[in-house]
Write a new protein. Structure first.
Length: 141
């Protein structure tokens, strides 16, 4: 895997525009078209905003590191933080057959990420949450 680009954000939603620019630049470099780039931007925003909102205790600043890697016919975004251990892949998908009133709060973000990306992997290693989102080259969902 070749590292294309890295960025470090803080757990502040004011940094979301920096994330969008980062994802767009990486997707352009990787050769994805505008519609796939938009999907990846949405998936990354969902995943990273969850980290911003929940990884660190309220009032505590923390970093979120994002590496974009390319190789083996796919683009990977590796999101890591030193916040509270949390595996979003262990969460059950939101039941989208229920009405909005019947559905419990939460779960739609990871459901959306699963729909938009080809592969999602989580591990907790070296005191870090590491979430990897992958998209196959030439893959359109």
């Amino acid at each position: 895997m070749q590292l294309l680009k890295s960025i470090t954000l803080t757990n502040n939603v004011q940094d979301v525009p920096l994330l969008a620019t980062f994802v767009e630049e990486v997707c352009e470099q990787a050769g994805f078209d505008a519609s796939v780039t938009m999907q990846m931007n949405l998936a990354m925003e969902e995943a990273v905003v969850n980290v911003m909102n929940y990884a660190y205790p309220a009032g505590t600043q923390g970093d979120i590191m994002i590496d974009a890697l390319m190789g083996n016919g796919k683009l990977q975004f590796v999101i890591s933080d030193k916040g509270t251990p949390f595996d979003p892949t262990a969460e059950a998908d939101a039941d989208t057959t229920l009405s909005a009133e019947e559905r419990p709060i939460g779960g739609l973000g990871i459901f959306l990420v699963r729909q938009l990306m080809d592969d999602i992997n989580y591990e907790y290693k070296d005191d870090k949450n590491i979430l990897t989102l992958s998209k196959e080259m030439g893959s359109v969902k």
